[in-house]
Every structure is written in C-alpha cells, then in structure tokens.
Design a binder for this molecule. Structure first.
Ligand code: NDP
Length: 290
C-alpha cells in the first residue's frame, strides 16, 4: 500500500496563516518585524536558501534585508557586522548563512550574535535553554520536523523515534526536543551516526524515522517496517544527465520504494524544506515580540 505523503508546503502555509494575525498585531503596536540575513561568498546553494528566506518574509509582510559580502571578508569584519546588527533596534532577527568560508570561525560568529536575535537557535545560550527545557529559539529544521509531526497528528509520546544523523543543527537538537517531557515530544529517541553498527536494526524497529545524514537515498525499503513514518530531512544534489539543470534533488531516503511500503513519508523537495523556512519566520516574529 502506498504511503500517505506529508506535504510540507501545506503545513507551512498553515503556520503562515497563524503568523499573519500575529504580525498584524505587532504592526498595530508599531513593531515591524525585521530579519537581516548575512550572506558571505558565492556558494550557489546558500544563495538559493537566502532568496527563499527573503521571499517568505515578503509573503508575510516581514521586513527583510540581505547583506552580501565577498568570500575574503575577515573575521574582524564579520564580527563588526554582528555588533552593528546587535545594536540596531530595528533588526529583530539575525541569521548568518552557513557554511562560512573556511578561514572564518563559525562558532565565534554564532556566539557574537545576541541570543535574543539568534533566530537560527544556534547560540550556546539558546542551545543550553533547549537542553534545560526552557523557552528559547528552537533551531528551524528540527522545529519544523516537530511541527510537521504535530500538524499531521502523528503521536510521538511513547514512540520509538530513530534519528539518523547527529549534527548540531539537525540530529542532536531534534533528539533533545523529542525526548523532552512536553507536548509534541515524550518520545524514546535513538540517535544513529556514522559509527553505529547495524543501522537497520534500529530503523526496522522504529515508529518514526528521521533521516538527516546527507547521504543520497541511504534509507531503503529493506531497512524499514511497513508501519513506520519517515521524515526525510536530506537534500542532496545528484547528477541527472539529460535534464535541463543536469542535476536533481533527492533526500536521504529512497523515496519511490520506501513510499510503497511505509505508513507516511515526506517528499524531497516539498517536505521538511518549506517547514524550515516557516519556522524561521515563526522565530523572527517571536524575536520581534520580545
Ligand atoms: P552533517 O553532515 O552535519 O551531519 C551528518 C550526520 O550524519 C553526522 O552525524 C554523521 O555522522 C551522520 N552520517 C553521515 N553518514 C552516515 C552514514 N553512512 N551512516 C550513518 N550516519 C551517517 O549534516 P546536516 O545535519 O547538516 O544535514 C543532513 C542533511 O540534511 C543534508 O542532506 C542537508 O542538506 C540536509 N538539511 C536539510 C535542511 C532542510 O531544511 N531540509 C536543513 C539542514 C540540513 P558522524 O557524526 O559520525 O560524522
């Protein structure tokens, strides 16, 4: 039986519908939410993500600004930009698009942004709050995954969630979020990574699998049971000779064969990606409110 397709674009639209009212309310109070995105260098994928973020702001009536700088910007210069944006009261959210050119210290940049403007949720203060179960800016991709499960009425409480990937921006924060003693969480979480032996053992026994490892079509039908729900975070560019672009985007899950077997699955594109942007908008509105 073919799986239910969880449509990230539709769920993101529901989040936007909720945000419109909150933005109007802020505007009545004289607050115009503003997001400033800093883009360094000429990585084409980063440029695409930044454009998508600006488009979402435009759609919602959030002010947005993209500051672009050449790849040879110095660490002192980027720190000075963070300081200027921190001091600017009109800027509520600051996002420095990652990855940065190799000579720049990403952690130092993240730590320089004021935690109350860190709409990416990457600052150590915000990470610590997440770990402690305190109110904070949740990192957009894991937050999007959690919201997606909630909006799709997929129960996490008491379920076995297997996350493949333990990065600081997806796997680890998602594990912390889903293991919390809160609504939309209460899961038993297993985190698999490149040193995990027999990943199939975990994925076959999961109620929910989140694939976030950055390996094209890694999760195959053989690795999953027929009752599982699969959330595919991966975005991988693979060659597609004969197509206009010469490449296509695939997830970390072999979609066609897995979708034939499981209960529900997210597509790539159109799954987690739109949710990540929606939660960035959510965090920007939250930053403007506080
Ligand atoms: P990272 O490369 O930072 O982390 C990958 C993780 O997967 C690591 O923990 C790594 O293990 C693990 N891993 C890699 N290969 C294997 C393997 N063969 N078996 C088991 N585990 C493995 O990736 P990100 O978390 O940044 O991104 C993951 C994917 O999600 C990428 O495709 C990325 O493009 C996508 N992404 C999508 C977003 C969206 O909005 N849709 C947003 C962010 C990311 P170890 O720690 O041992 O090295």
């Amino acid at each position: 039986m073919a799986a239910k397709i969880i449509d990230g674009r539709k769920i993101a639209d529901k989040i936007y519908d909720e945000l419109y009212g909150r933005i109007e309310f802020l505007k009545i109070k004289g607050i115009l939410p503003k997001l400033t995105v800093v883009l360094i260098g000429d990585d084409p994928a980063s440029a695409v993500y930044v454009r998508m973020k600006a488009k979402a702001c435009e759609k919602l009536g959030i002010e947005s600004e993209t500051l672009t700088y050449p790849a040879d910007i110095t660490q002192d210069e980027i720190i000075a930009i963070c300081d200027r944006l921190n001091a600017d009261n009109r800027v509520h959210g600051i996002l420095v698009q990652m990855p940065l050119p190799i000579h720049l210290d990403e952690n130092a940049v993240i730590e320089r942004i004021l935690p109350e403007k860190d709409v990416d949720g990457f600052h150590p203060v915000n990470k610590g709050k997440l770990q402690s179960g305190l109110d904070t800016f949740l990192p957009c991709t894991p937050f999007g995954v959690q919201k997606m499960l909630q909006y799709s009425q997929i129960e996490t409480s008491g379920k076995n969630v297997v996350i493949v990937g333990r990065s600081q921006i997806v796997g680890m924060p998602l594990a912390l979020m889903l293991a919390q003693k809160t609504e939309g969480a209460n899961a038993t979480v297993t985190v698999c990574h490149s040193r995990t032996k027999n990943i199939d053992f975990y994925t076959k026994n999961a109620d929910i699998i989140v694939a976030a490892l950055g390996q094209p079509e890694f999760i195959t039908a053989k690795m999953v049971s027929n009752h599982v729900i699969v959330i595919d975070v991966g975005v991988n560019r693979v060659d597609a000779p004969g197509t206009e672009k010469g490449y296509k985007l695939v997830g970390d899950v072999k979609f066609d064969e897995v979708a034939e077997k499981v209960r529900a699955i997210t597509p790539v594109p159109g799954g987690v990606g739109p949710m990540t942007i929606a939660m960035l908008m959510y965090n920007t509105v939250k930053a403007a409110k506080s």
